[in-house]
Design a protein. Structure first.
Ligand code: ZN
Ligand code: ZN
Length: 384
């Protein structure tokens, strides 16, 4: 038996998406079928469409899905039919990193995120998705391919969403928002009085700023080229802002800090900015690399300046487990301390290209596709 869905299919590199009827296998052991309610658009969708990540095409993008569990396969205990859920990153569950509680660094992460096929079970390496005429179709993007009316997912990647949190608010926690917030909360863990500088204020950088505001750091500097972004960064928690178009951003960061910063978060993936971010932290300071640069990019670091205990740390997906960070961020949203809704603008499914382009152009910080109705008509806007 298979399940009929409607999906936005990317037919080939840089090609416009097409709305198609698609068939998915019913959930097997450990799997669940989720009806998608909301799907966030992340920069990674755009670069995958352009061929920078190895998802085979034709395929279905989308990796910030939230929805309602419609069916579960055998041996699923984590969720039940009717649960409202956000779909976290998948992982194998068996390698050293997974067993160490760091599934973001799963040995099989590339396969889990971009192979277009199932990660586990007897059908590992095969896609559960087919076109109407029976041709193979890549799905399972980040374990979800959520630019569709339903997704087949690993049940242990799901995180339940409380009834008073709208699924459109929860969806971006599947990837982009968690990536920025986790870099602060799971990795940096700032000490009282620390100075943080966030290079780039898209969805990931603004999430890092909101997380920093919930930390004992007392100096939170946002750097960007756009005054409107910097204004929003101030509203969300930046104590200082630096417009890099107006002068030497590194000088300005040092002036604000009275020297180098303790932590830099590099959210742009622009190599010149990566090198500035490395320069912006002190001896014993830490620069955290988050932004995605083009494949095969390299950066250089002053060797002498790095010897005094400078740390350069790459972070994927904010580290940690879906089940710890996502519920915490949902609680903070409810308390009005993590206003994700300020980043979101709704788009109607299946206008996926429009939403991706709005994100890529910078016009919208976090486009979220409205795919179907949320069964709980919760109002967006945090504790009010
Ligand atoms: Zn693993
Ligand atoms: Zn993403």
């Amino acid at each position: 038996m298979s399940v009929e869905i409607t999906a936005s299919v990317t037919p080939g590199r840089s090609a416009p998406s097409q709305v198609e009827t698609v068939f998915i296998d019913e959930p097997g052991p450990g799997e669940a079928l989720v009806r998608i309610v909301a799907a966030g658009v992340c920069h990674t969708d755009a670069i995958t469409r352009e061929g920078d990540l190895p998802l085979p095409l034709p395929g279905i993008l989308g990796h910030e899905g939230a929805g309602v569990v419609e069916a579960v396969g055998p041996a699923v205990t984590q969720v039940a039919v009717g649960d409202r859920v956000v779909i976290g990153w998948p992982s194998c569950g068996e390698c050293d990193a997974c067993l160490d509680g760091e599934p973001r660094y799963c040995d099989h992460l590339v396969e889990a995120l971009t192979s277009g096929a199932r990660l586990r079970g007897e059908h590992r390496g095969e896609s559960a998705y087919r076109t109407a005429d029976g041709a193979a179709l890549a799905g399972h993007f980040f374990g979800q391919s959520s630019f569709a009316t339903a997704s087949l997912v690993l049940a242990d990647a799901l995180v339940k969403v409380p009834d008073d949190v709208p699924l459109s608010v929860a969806a971006p926690l599947a990837c982009g928002v968690t990536t920025g917030a986790g870099a602060v909360m799971n990795v940096a863990k700032p000490k009282p009085g620390d100075a943080l500088v966030i290079w780039g204020t898209g969805a990931v950088g603004l999430a890092a700023i909101m997380a920093a505001r919930n930390s004992p750091a007392t100096t939170i500097i946002a750097v960007d080229l756009h005054e409107d972004r910097l204004a929003l960064a101030r509203e969300l928690g930046a104590t200082h802002t630096v417009n890099a178009a107006a002068g030497d951003a590194l000088d300005e960061v040092r002036r604000i800090c009275g020297g180098p910063a303790d932590y830099a978060f590099e959210c742009t993936g622009v190599i010149r900015v990566v090198e500035q971010a490395v320069e912006s932290v002190s001896m014993r300071g830490t620069v955290i690399l988050i932004g995605g640069a083009p494949a095969d990019s390299r950066f250089s670091v002053d060797h002498f300046g790095a010897l005094w205990g400078k740390r350069i740390v790459g972070v994927l997906g904010g580290e940690g487990r879906n089940g710890s960070l996502i519920p915490a961020l949902l609680d903070l949203w409810r308390q009005g301390r993590f206003p994700i809704d300020r980043l979101i603008e709704d788009f109607a499914f299946p206008h996926v290209d429009e939403a991706i382009d709005a994100g890529t152009s910078g016009r919208v910080i976090k486009p979220v596709l409205h795919v179907s109705d949320d069964p709980i008509a919760a109002h967006r806007g945090g504790a009010q």
